[in-house]
Design a protein around this ligand. Structure first.
Ligand code: GUN
Length: 284
């Protein structure tokens, strides 16, 4: 079997086009359009690329984006003061602080300082907690994007075995909660997990979010499984690859996301969906 490609780029473009229609309708009715504040601290090259993609997507969808590019020397107090101003600004629907942050700034303090109604990344403990009790509001963007991809090829995921490789706060943990809510039997593997190949061979759905090139071997994939690869790694020769050994895995999987062009664009689409949702709450 050779897997079909789960084309995140194409699905993301369709979602952004739909959002544009909704934003255009707001503008035509002389209503305030959604607006996202995007904060980038420092000049990490990968973060700069991700932020540029998010700002471009806002432009395409007609969503307002206000850039706050701060120097790497920014103090935590300065960043918290900016977030406080944005929390109180009625014209701002969403606040995105690109991670990672420079060492002098504690990311958890920053995430908790964003008003949960404006937390369009879905990182705030309040929003993760709501997902944990099956009352999601603003959902973490990458897991939400993966779910959109999975739902495009699985009408019903109830009873499927899902393996999440990686237990980070931003991806692995909310990913497990999303899959649990969809009725999957979920296993979350972490760096201490002993029998990863065995777990993978039992999984109908495999989501990998670790950040290690080719960590998951193609031969660990069950025949007919669906594979979502969240990893974006740059190899020494400059090529980009995921966390899954793609060429071997695609011989066994039914569906697989490419890297690039799979999960990455879906994160951006989810961010815009969240911004539109936050705007609807703020204007209701
Ligand atoms: N850094 C890597 N991915 C993300 C993301 O989805 N949101 C934010 N804020 N930072 C990131």
């Amino acid at each position: 079997m050779s897997a079909q490609i789960l084309d995140g780029k194409a699905q993301s473009e369709r979602i952004i086009d739909q959002i544009k229609l909704q934003v255009d309708a707001l503008a035509a009715a002389a209503k305030r359009v959604p607006s996202l504040a995007v904060i980038l601290v420092g000049d990490d090259p990968a973060s700069s690329i991700y932020v540029r993609n998010k700002r471009r997507a806002c432009e395409r969808a007609g969503v307002g984006s206000v850039s706050h590019d701060l120097p790497a020397s920014t103090t935590q107090a300065e960043l918290l003061a900016l977030i406080d101003t944005l929390n109180q600004d009625p014209d701002v629907d969403g606040i995105l602080v690109q991670m990672p942050l420079p060492r002098q700034i504690d990311p958890e303090t920053v995430i908790e300082s964003i008003h949960p109604d404006k937390d369009v990344d879905g990182f705030h403990p309040y929003n993760i907690g709501r997902l944990a009790v099956r009352m999601p509001t603003l959902r973490s963007c990458t897991p939400m994007g993966v779910m959109t991809l999975l739902q495009s090829v699985h009408d019903d995921m109830r009873g499927l075995n899902a393996l999440v490789v990686g237990a980070s706060n931003h991806v692995g943990r909310p990913m497990g909660l999303e899959l649990l809510m969809a009725g999957c039997t979920v296993t979350t593997a972490n760096s201490q997990t002993r029998n990863l190949p065995v777990l993978a061979l039992q999984a109908d759905i495999v989501v990998v979010a670790v950040g290690k090139p080719n960590l998951v071997k193609g031969e660990w994939i069950k025949e007919g499984a669906t594979v979502a690869d969240v990893g974006i790694n740059r190899l020494p020769d400059g090529r980009i690859c995921g966390d899954v050994e793609f060429e071997v895995a695609r011989q066994r999987a039914a569906w697989i996301t490419p890297v690039p062009g799979g999960v990455g664009p879906m994160t951006v689409a989810s961010l815009l969906q969240n911004t539109l949702q936050a705007h609807a709450v703020h204007t209701s």
